[in-house]
Design a protein around this ligand. Structure first.
Ligand SMILES: *[C@@H]1O[C@H](CO)[C@@H](O)[C@H](O)[C@H]1NC(C)=O
Ligand SMILES: *[C@@H]1O[C@H](CO)[C@@H](O)[C@H](O)[C@H]1NC(C)=O
Ligand SMILES: *[C@@H]1O[C@H](CO)[C@@H](O)[C@H](O)[C@H]1NC(C)=O
Ligand SMILES: *[C@@H]1O[C@H](CO)[C@@H](O)[C@H](O)[C@H]1NC(C)=O
Length: 307
């Protein structure tokens, strides 16, 4: 593994690979850093943070290559943009505003986006105007329409700012959750807690993965392609659906001390959203790796054909 991922560092020489999105995407970034860093001696790598910890940067100095992660859980601006204190009771999204985030990754060479779980509700509170401005207009917008509005803002930004001969763009499809054991014929009221085996049923698809939202992503990406910018969707949903045993469950860092009630009932605080590492996100990165090299070859061929 380490040997192949060195080829990625070579590919990233003098370049930036930036993951942008929510904590699932951060997990994939951590996975990628782990995949490459073991091959680099300690004095030739570093980790730093910028912009109030919104941007985390792993640097391989010998290659002048960086692998970065930028926190933007809804891609567009929202009141959850603080990478630390984002658990706000009422989520508000500025579906038309992305510049505040985008300026931090505008010159990246490879961009890997995701955004899904934060949109999982029946409607979103949308703000037209800016936070703190007295004449802002707030409206509840049904899902997935609000998601579509945000992705359109995202794709408009990409259309104008992405240099097609330099930057490769990826969108990671929705990451499945395993919150309801009855969906895989487990016990009613259980979740991924104490699961030890993957789901064996071919084509299993849980209710946590909304095909309607995947259609929205596909359609936005198709329209962008018609306007001359290709975004590769990394379709990780189905392959991850089977992995009910691969979440951290109760074996994760707790940000707030557990209550006595929670301690008495581990299933109540099991994390069935994120993934253990090493684990499932490593596979997502292997797919990404294959696409990075495949697309590049294809582009070079296109260029040769065009001569
Ligand atoms: C190092 O990489 C950055 C992009 O991340 C680039 O702008 C810069 O020119 C590179 N430095 C050298 C010395 O090539
Ligand atoms: C930086 O982060 C801290 C803690 O999360 C927050 O209180 C502060 O407002 C942030 N500052 C800026 C300039 O965003
Ligand atoms: C786009 O990227 C290519 C390759 O890095 C570079 O030569 C070119 O100057 C860039 N175009 C613009 C408009 O920045
Ligand atoms: C991803 O894969 C699923 C099933 O494996 C399929 O239904 C869906 O259309 C695919 N989506 C994209 C964008 O390729």
């Amino acid at each position: 593994m380490a040997v192949t991922f060195l080829a990625l560092l070579e590919r990233l020489r003098n370049k930036r690979l930036v993951y942008v999105g929510d904590s699932l995407n951060r997990g994939q970034w951590v996975s990628m850093v782990c995949l490459v860093e073991s091959a680099i001696p300690p004095n030739l790598k570093s980790m730093s943070a910028k912009h109030n910890n919104s941007l985390l940067i792993f640097k391989a100095s010998e290659y002048n290559a960086t692998i970065e992660y930028y926190w933007a859980p809804l891609l567009v601006e929202s009141n959850s943009d603080d990478p630390v204190n984002h658990r706000v009771p009422d989520r508000i999204v500025r579906v038309q505003a992305i510049e505040k985030h985008a300026r931090h990754w505008s010159n990246a060479d490879i961009l890997v986006f995701d955004s899904y779980l934060w949109w999982r509700r029946s409607q979103m509170k949308v703000l037209w105007g800016s936070f703190g401005s007295p004449d802002g207009i707030y409206k509840d917008v049904m899902m997935p329409r609000a998601y579509e509005m945000a992705l359109n803002t995202w794709s408009d930004w990409l259309e104008v700012h992405v240099n097609r001969s330099k930057t490769q763009v990826f969108f990671v499809s929705m990451s499945p959750t395993h919150e309801r054991a009855e969906e895989w014929d487990g016990e009613e009221g259980q979740n991924c807690y104490a699961e030890t085996e993957p789901i064996a049923k071919e084509g299993y698809w849980g209710s946590g993965s909304d095909p309607g939202m995947m259609r929205v992503v596909e359609s936005v990406v198709d329209q962008l392609k018609a306007r001359g910018l290709g975004v590769q969707i990394l379709n990780i949903t189905q392959l991850s659906e089977y992995r009910k045993e691969a979440h951290p469950s109760v074996h994760r860092q707790q940000w707030e001390p557990l209550t006595e009630e929670q301690k008495a009932k581990p299933i109540s605080y099991a994390d069935c959203f994120h993934w253990c590492l090493p684990g499932v996100p490593d596979v997502w990165n292997e797919l990404l790796y294959a696409h990075i090299f495949h697309n590049r070859t294809q582009r070079l061929e296109n260029r040769v054909d065009g001569l």
